[in-house]
Write a protein that binds this ligand. Sequence first.
Ligand code: ZN
Length: 182
Amino acid sequence: MKKIILAFLATVMLTVSASAVNLYVDTAKINTDVAPVVIEGRTLVPVRAIFEALGATVEWDQSTKTATGTKGDTVITIQINNTTAYVNNEAKTLDVPAQLVNNRTMVPARFISEALECDVTWDQATQTAAVANETKGHQIYVTKTGKRYHYDPNCNGGTYYEATLAEAMGRNLTPCEKCVLK
Ligand SMILES: [Zn+2]
């Protein structure tokens, strides 16, 4: 029995270390040259990729190692290895700071997304982070057969289970053509 458990644990650990983290903004997969990583339970993503995917512009100050992202009236500044970041000059504490990974500046996806008033969900099973920007507020429902996702819990009279956008995206579900906005 012990052997079986150890073999199982080894398999799980291999699976987790080998699987990349998927990042979606709404239903679009964000492809980045340096893959998103999980550090101390936080998903870190390349700074330019996340800001631009959320419609923000980003500037980089090499002398202070600080990124400034701007979207509308919101200005976010975040510095490498600094656990204090700023949203419109208001100090925010990060448990995991921005940092260099493979020589690329990586920032916490949830902090950036929430500062830009997006929702973030995480699906552990598929290691998928999903940022709801345009789809914010849309509850996702998945068919029992697990092929499609819906916004409408009763589309076609079917019964669905509630899921997160991250789960739907991580499982490569296709949107219902009747009730999911393009
Ligand atoms: Zn539907």
